[in-house]
Design a binder for this molecule. Structure first.
Ligand code: CDP
Length: 310
């Protein structure tokens, strides 16, 4: 059977309706493919060395090292004694991670009842400090181990942490003792808020551990996907996490990746499970990314959960 991968070259994206039909045709059928898993782990290790490079560490970023911002041209920051002491010694994760859940923020999670499924995973990654309040628990679960935080959230939600830090520290309690993964060296204006977030947590003796995303890792992962047809100015947070998971975990299940406006029941889907604020249009290429993820799903390399969880 010809599916839309073969009918449409990846640069001409299928319509939402075609995608819905394709996903429905596939149904719940999924078979793990260990060869595919091993291959992707090797490809990602060769290009991007996630084990060693995903975070800025004292090992990979010693004093005097120049960190080049990956989201901007020609900006760099040299590691000196104002930043070096903030870095973890080395990759703190107990590897290999076994069953990982990567949770995107799509509205497809709403009423999915996937919370229990997600919470069963050994290592749970979430994007952009998502709400885990009571009303969402059944759909997205409660546990997390690594949560990304974009500096823009610090600015928008927490007055850039220039005033009170209490609201920030309190709201971070939802993430237990997770790693907070911040791209502190992606865009120059993001560095200061990230350092403030580090100190806000440290000063409050928080259980959370701050990890700064390594800009070299973000850049190499970006190139990896560019070579595979993702033409975004910048990858979405979710695809970075899936890439990290494919490099570090034995099994990956992805939830909440659905950048389309209709669901499998042909009813409207909001952009996020908690709101319908759309992203800046040309910044990410989420539908292009979805095509890649769906391809990995069909080949048994990772599993995508799109409908209801059993
Ligand atoms: O900051 P960003 O726009 O990348 O992310 P977000 O809106 O907080 O959502 C987290 C991730 O979920 C995104 O990076 C996407 O990978 C994924 N997502 C999706 O696949 N479909 C949506 N409708 C929304 C998010």
């Amino acid at each position: 059977v010809l599916c839309w991968f073969y009918i449409f070259p990846v640069y001409r994206l299928p319509r939402d309706k075609d995608i819905v039909e394709e996903v429905l045709r596939q149904g719940d059928a999924w078979q793990k493919n260990q060869t595919g898993i091993d291959l992707y782990r090797k490809l990602l290790t060769d290009c991007c060395d996630p084990r060693r490079m995903f975070a800025v560490t004292k090992e990979n970023s010693p004093m005097g090292k120049v960190l080049w911002y990956d989201g901007e041209f020609y900006h760099s920051r040299t590691v000196t004694n104002d930043t070096y002491p903030l870095f973890v010694q080395d990759n703190p994760l107990q590897l290999p991670l076994k069953r990982c859940a990567v949770v995107g923020n799509s509205g497809i999670l709403r009423h999915s009842q996937c919370g229990h499924d997600i919470d069963q995973a050994d290592f749970i990654m979430r994007c952009n400090l998502p709400p885990l309040s009571k009303e969402y628990v059944e759909d997205v679960g409660t546990r997390s181990h690594l949560v990304t935080a974009n500096p823009s959230i610090i600015e928008k939600r927490f007055q850039n942490l220039l005033w009170s830090r209490k609201a920030f520290v309190d709201s971070m309690k939802a993430y237990g003792s997770s790693y907070i993964y911040m791209p502190a060296f992606s865009m120059k204006p993001g560095t200061e808020p990230s350092l403030r977030a580090y100190y806000a947590l440290a000063d409050a003796s928080s259980n959370l551990t701050m990890l700064f995303a390594n800009p070299d890792f973000l850049a190499t992962v970006g190139k990896f996907w560019k070579a595979r047809g993702v033409h975004a100015r910048r990858l979405s947070t979710g695809l970075f996490l899936v890439s990290l998971a494919l490099g570090l975990c034995e099994e990956v299940t992805a939830y909440g990746f659905w950048p389309f406006s209709v669901g499998l029941d042909e009813r409207p889907v909001s952009h996020h499970y908690y709101d319908n604020i759309l992203p800046y249009k040309w910044f990410h290429a989420m539908p292009e990314e979805f095509v890649q993820l769906w391809h990995l799903h069909k080949s048994g390399t990772l599993r995508m959960r799109l409908g209801h969880c059993p």
